[in-house]
Design a binder for this molecule. Structure first.
Ligand code: RFL
Ligand code: PHB
Length: 388
C-alpha cells in the first residue's frame, strides 16, 4: 500500500487531519488499532472550545453538533455553599459546547468515509521505518497478516500509549513531566445535572466537577486517590460524596449509574513534536489533567497546524511550515499546560498542603469570582486562545 500521509490513530487528531488533507486533495490512510465500534463508544472528553466547534462546522461535521451540542455561556465555581458565575460570552464574547468526544468521533468517521476517505480498523501499527528518509514505511497488522504502508509523511496521532512517540530514537526527545497525587472518579448518571452550566466545586472534602451530556444525563467527577479502588465506591456513596462537596450550593438529583471509572492524572509534554518525517499530534505528544478541558481541543489545534504545513509543502514545495511545526504547536500546548495546572492547583486538595495553601486557594477563588480582570483571564483560556 502507498499513500501521501500515513496517519496512525483514529481519534479526534487523526480523523480531523485526514479530513483537512482530503479537502485540499491530499491522500491519506488512517490506521486504527481498535474496531470502529470500540472507538465510537470510548468514554472520554466532553468540551469543545469555540474555535473547535467552528472548525467542526466548517469541515462539514457540525450538523448533529449544532442540534445536540449544549452551548454554555460560561462555568460556575462553587465555594462555601455559594455559586460564582464566570460568563465567557460577556467577558470575551465566546461560548463553549458540551458534546461527547465519542459523538465527535462518530461524526468524523461517518464524514470521512462518505468523502471516500480510507480508515483501516483493527489495524495496529507495529513499527515505523525510514523516518529519516523521504520514503518512510508504517508496518501494521491487519486481518491476521503483517502489512506495510509506504508514504511521504507519518502523522503520529496514536494517543499517549501509541507507538509513534517511542519510535523516536533515544536522546532526541526531552520529556517534561509532572505527576499529581490524586485522580478523578467519574460517573455517567441518568439524572438531570444540578445546573445548566458546569460547576467546579472547591470543598474541604476535595474537588468535584458537575458536568453533563444532555439535560437528562450527568457526567460527575470526584477527586480521589490515584489508584482508588472502585469496590469501595457503591453508587450511593458516590452521590453522598458529590452532594457533600457541592456544599448545599444547589440540589443534586440521583439516578442509575451507567458507567464508573478512575482516571489518574499527569502532565506530560515532549519536545520536539517531530523527528524526520514523523509528526506527533494530540495526546501522543502531550497530556494534561482534565481540569482545564483542553485535550481534544489541543489535538485539533495540532492537526490544523500540521495540515497547513503539509498543504504548503504539497502545493508550493515549501518546508518552512513543516520545520516550524513543533515550535508552532508548543507555544499553544504550554499555554494549555499552564492553564490546566492553574485550574488543578486552584481547586484540588494536596496531601502536602499547609493551612496557608488553603487560605491562598480561597483568596484566588475570591479574586476570580470578584475581579473582571481575573475572570477575563480564566474565560479567555477556558474558551480557547485563538489559533496562531
Ligand atoms: P486518542 O483519542 O487517544 O486517539 C488515539 C487513537 O490511536 C489509536 N492507537 C493506534 N492505532 C493504530 N496503531 C497503534 N499502534 C495505535 N495505538 C493507539 C487508539 O486506539 C486511538 O483510537 O488521541 P487524540 O486523537 O490525540 O485525542 C486526544 C483526546 O482523546 C484526549 O486529549 C481527551 O479525551 C482528553 N480529555 C478531555 N479533553 C477535552 O478537550 N475536554 C475534556 O473535557 C476532556 N475530558 C479527557 C477528559 C480525557 C479523559 N480520559 C479518560 C483520558 C476526561 C477524561 C476522563
Ligand atoms: C466532561 O464533561 O467530561 C468534562 C468537562 C470539563 C472538564 C473535564 C471533563 O474540565
Amino acid at each position: 500500500m502507498r499513500t501521501k500521509v500515513a496517519i496512525v490513530g483514529a481519534g479526534p487528531a487523526g480523523l480531523m487531519l485526514s479530513l483537512l488533507l482530503r479537502r485540499e486533495g491530499i491522500d491519506s490512510v488512517v490506521l486504527e488499532a481498535r474496531s470502529r465500534a470500540y472507538v465510537e463508544q470510548r468514554v472520554r472528553a466532553g468540551l469543545l472550545e469555540q474555535w473547535a466547534r467552528d472548525l467542526l462546522i466548517e469541515i462539514g461535521a457540525g450538523e448533529r453538533l449544532q442540534r445536540e451540542g449544549l452551548v454554555h455561556d460560561g462555568i460556575r465555581l462553587a465555594c462555601d455553599g455559594r455559586l460564582h458565575s464566570i460568563d465567557f460570552r460577556q467577558l470575551v464574547g465566546r461560548i463553549v459546547t458540551i458534546y461527547d468526544q465519542k459523538e465527535v468521533v462518530k461524526d468524523l468517521i461517518a464524514l470521512l468515509l462518505s468523502r471516500g476517505g480510507e480508515i483501516l480498523f483493527e489495524a495496529a501499527a507495529t513499527a515505523l521505518e525510514g523516518l529519516d528518509t523521504a520514503t518512510p514505511v508504517v508496518h501494521f497488522h491487519h486481518g491476521g497478516e503483517a502489512r506495510s504502508l509506504a508514504c511521504d509523511f507519518v502523522a503520529g496521532c496514536d494517543g499517549f500509549h501509541g507507538i509513534s512517540r517511542p519510535a523516536i530514537p533515544d536522546g532526541v526527545l526531552t520529556v517534561y513531566e509532572r505527576g499529581y497525587p490524586f485522580g478523578w472518579l467519574g460517573i455517567l448518571s441518568e439524572s438531570p445535572p444540578p445546573s445548566d452550566e458546569l460547576i467546579y466545586a472547591f470543598h474541604e472534602r476535595g474537588f468535584a466537577l458537575f458536568s453533563m451530556r444532555s439535560p437528562t444525563l450527568s457526567r460527575l467527577y470526584l477527586q480521589c486517590e490515584p489508584d482508588e479502588d472502585l469496590g469501595r465506591w457503591p453508587d450511593q456513596r458516590v452521590f453522598d460524596e458529590l452532594e457533600a462537596r457541592l456544599g448545599g450550593a444547589c440540589p443534586l438529583a440521583r439516578g442509575p449509574v451507567l458507567q464508573k471509572g478512575v482516571t489518574p492524572m499527569r502532565s506530560v509534554v515532549v519536545e520536539p513534536m517531530q523527528h524526520g518525517r514523523l509528526f506527533l499530534a494530540g495526546d501522543s505528544a502531550h497530556i494534561q489533567p482534565p481540569t482545564g478541558a483542553k485535550g481534544m481541543n489541543l489535538a485539533f489545534a495540532d492537526v490544523v497546524y500540521l495540515s497547513r504545513a503539509l498543504v504548503a509543502y504539497e502545493r508550493d514545495g515549501r518546508t518552512d511550515g513543516l520545520e516550524a511545526y513543533s515550535r508552532t504547536c508548543l507555544d499553544r500546548v504550554w499555554k494549555a499546560q499552564r492553564f490546566s495546572w492553574f485550574m488543578t492547583q486552584l481547586l484540588h486538595r494536596f496531601p502536602d498542603e499547609t493551612a496557608f495553601d488553603r487560605r491562598r486557594q480561597r483568596a484566588d477563588i475570591g479574586y476570580v469570582a470578584g475581579s473582571v480582570a481575573a475572570a477575563t483571564a480564566l474565560a479567555e483560556n477556558y474558551s480557547g486562545l485563538p489559533l496562531a
